[in-house]
Design a protein around this ligand. Sequence first.
Ligand SMILES: Cc1cc2nc3c(=O)[nH]c(=O)nc-3n(C[C@H](O)[C@H](O)[C@H](O)COP(=O)(O)O)c2cc1C
Length: 424
Amino acid sequence: MFWYHEQTKHSYVSVRSNPNQLDWSSQPSTYKNYPDTYHKRKLDLDKEEDHFLYHIAGLTAKKSYPGFEYYLRINPSAGALYPNELYFQARGVEGVEDGIYHYEVATHSIAFVASISEEEGLEPYLGYAYVMEGYLFLVSAIYYRSSWKYKNRAFRYCLLDAGHLLGSIEAAALLKPHAVQMAYGIDKEKLNRMFGFEQREFFLSAATMAIPRKEQKIKAVEFALPYVEGSGTFEPNEKIMQAYRETISLQGCQKVLKAPRFDYRSDKLRETIFNRRSQRGFEGEAITKAQYSYIMERVTQPVLSDCDEEVSVYTVVNRVLDMPLGVQKDGEYIKYGDFSRKAGYLCLEQYSLAAKGAVTFFLTSKAGNYQALYQKAGLIGHRLYIASNYLGIGCSGIGAYYDDEVNAFLGNDEMVLYALAIGR
Ligand SMILES: Cc1cc2nc3c(=O)[nH]c(=O)nc-3n(C[C@H](O)[C@H](O)[C@H](O)COP(=O)(O)O)c2cc1C
C-alpha cells in the first residue's frame, strides 16, 4: 500500500489522540484572484458558453452565521475548503476568445492569463499532436486550504475534491452534445512551472471537451506566469508534497474509449446541478429498489480516461424497499444483515448520515496510479450526488472513516478511498 495512504489512516485511537485543533488566525482564503492588470470578463449567464462554464464551478448559495458567512458552490468540497482551482484553454469556442483562462470563482469571471495561436497551444502538454478545438480544462490544488484543517490527510481530499470537479465538468457537459475525457497523463511538472505555482499549488488532472483538427499539427506554447497567491496564509507540508511528487508519473495505464451513457433530461439536469447540496443528516426514510437501481446504473457507467484504474463500489443497504439488508459489492450481496449502526460507526460515528441513510457507499482500490484512482473515486462520488439529487434523494460525501475497520468490515485489504451516503 502506498506509504502516504497507510500513514494517513484514521483509527478510533488516532482520532482521539490527535484531536484536530484549528488555528483560526491562519485560516486560508478559498479564492484565488489574478491581479486586475489581467483582462477579466464577467460571465454573462444569458450566453450559452458562459452559462456552461458557470455550471462547472460557480457559487450557488450563501450560508450566514452570526459573525461570518460563506458561499457554497456547484461542486462539493470536504469541509467547504475548496482546495481546487480551474484553468482552461478555449479554442474555436463561440463567444469565448481563444486563449488560456483562470476561472475566478469569487467574481464569476474568467481571467485571460496567456495567449495561444494557430500554431501553439497547451495541446502537447496533454499528449495531443493536433490542434484541439473546444475546451481543455486543467484542475489544480492549493493544498494548504485543506491541510490547514485536515493536516497530512488533506492530499486525499484535494484528490477527491478534484474528482468532484471533473465530475462537475462531466455533468455540465451533458447539457451539451459533447463527451468529456479525463486526462491524467499531462506534463504536470512543466505546467506547474509555467503557471508559476511555486510548490503551493499543483496540477492534478485535465478534462478535455474538444475535437482534433487532424490536418493541423500543434506545438507547445511556452510562457511563465508570475506567482499569484491563492490562500492568503500558507504553511508547507512536506508529506503532501512528497506524496504528490512520488505519484506524479503514471505507470501501466489503461485507456477507456467507451463513452458513458446518461439519459438525463436537460432542463431537470440543469436544475439538479444548480441545486445540488450535501445532506447534513437523514430522517431514516427508505428509498425504493427502482431508485437504487437507477442510481447504481449511472454511477457505474464507464469513465472516459487516459488512465482508468479499478475502483470497487461497496454498498451497505440500510433501508431500500424490497431489498434485503446487507452489503453488496458491484451489485452482488457479500453478506446479509442490518449493518446500519456499523456503517455509522465506521464513518467516524456520523450516525445521522451513514446509519440513517438508505445506503452507505465505500469505494476502495488496490490499483497503482494513486492520483488517477483517487480522482476517479471523487468523480464516481459526483455521479452519485447528481443521480440521487436528480431523483430528489439526498447525498453526502464522507471523507472521514476508520480505514482499517472498514477493511475488516468489507473483508478486503484495498485502500479505502471514500465513503458516501444517500437517503431521505
Ligand atoms: C470529499 C468530501 C468529503 C466530505 N466529507 C464529509 C463528512 O465527513 N461529513 C459531512 O457531514 N460532510 C462531508 N462532506 C460534505 C461537505 O461538507 C460539503 O460538500 C460542503 O460543506 C459544501 O456543501 P454542499 O456540498 O452542500 O455544497 C464531504 C464532501 C466531500 C466532497
